[in-house]
Write a protein that binds this ligand. Structure first.
Ligand code: GAR
Length: 197
């Protein structure tokens, strides 16, 4: 059984896709041990609670320094003792210690076809704004392992999505989620779980 912890910051639609995948059996051999969120107002926390998954809010605002926040975050992760950490819209720079400790055991979903529209400053709607202003006709999503760089880790899965005439960043974001993110992230977890004894 692959024990996962999902880290979130916002609406949590990718978290929901994981919860649903575990419930309907399309993600096999996997248990969600907990959800960690850095933002007390995030709807993602509600989604976890609604599904009876232990949810923890660890916000930088509750700590005097970044180091204290990082330590509290890492301590919670260690307590939950996951085989895999899934960053599902988690908009926090990870402490280096965490990347070292969980090397090859952290994956992230990014809403573009890496190496386009990724790296520092490219997150959430900003990614789709950049794709539209560049005028690309195809975008998509990528699941990748996390290393010390921003969106530089080994790619696990990608799926292309068409950009259509008249798209706004919000419309494009929704299409990329529906057609790519909510599929390839659960599929990647299922695949990793299958390889995990
Ligand atoms: C998703 O589109 C995810 O790919 C993106 O944030 C959104 C979170 O939505 N992540 C990044 O931009 C990471 N660089 P959600 O909270 O509804 O899953």
């Amino acid at each position: 059984m692959l024990k996962i912890v999902v880290c979130v910051s916002g609406g949590g639609t990718n978290l929901q896709a994981i919860i649903d995948g575990v419930a309907d059996g399309s993600i096999r051999n996997t248990k969600i041990a907990g959800v960690i969120c850095n933002n007390a107002g995030a709807y993602a926390l509600k989604r976890a609670e609604n599904s009876g998954i232990p949810a923890f809010c660890i916000s930088p605002k509750s700590f005097g320094s970044r180091t204290e926040f990082n330590d509290a975050f890492l301590q919670k992760l260690d307590e939950l003792n996951p085989d895999l950490i899934v960053l599902a819209g988690f908009l926090v720079i990870l402490p280096e210690k965490m990347i070292e400790r969980y090397r090859d055991r952290i994956i992230n979903i990014h809403p573009s076809l890496i190496p386009s529209f990724c790296g520092t400053g490219y997150y959430g709607l900003k990614v789709h704004e950049a794709a539209l202003s560049r005028g690309v006709k195809v975008t998509g999503a990528t699941v990748h392992y996390v290393d010390e760089g921003t969106d530089t880790g080994r790619i696990i899965a990608q799926k292309a999505v068409e950009v259509l005439e008249g798209d706004t960043p919000e419309i494009l974001q929704r299409r990329v989620m529906e057609q790519a993110e909510w599929k390839i992230l659960p599929e990647a977890i299922d695949k990793i779980a299958a390889e995990h004894e």
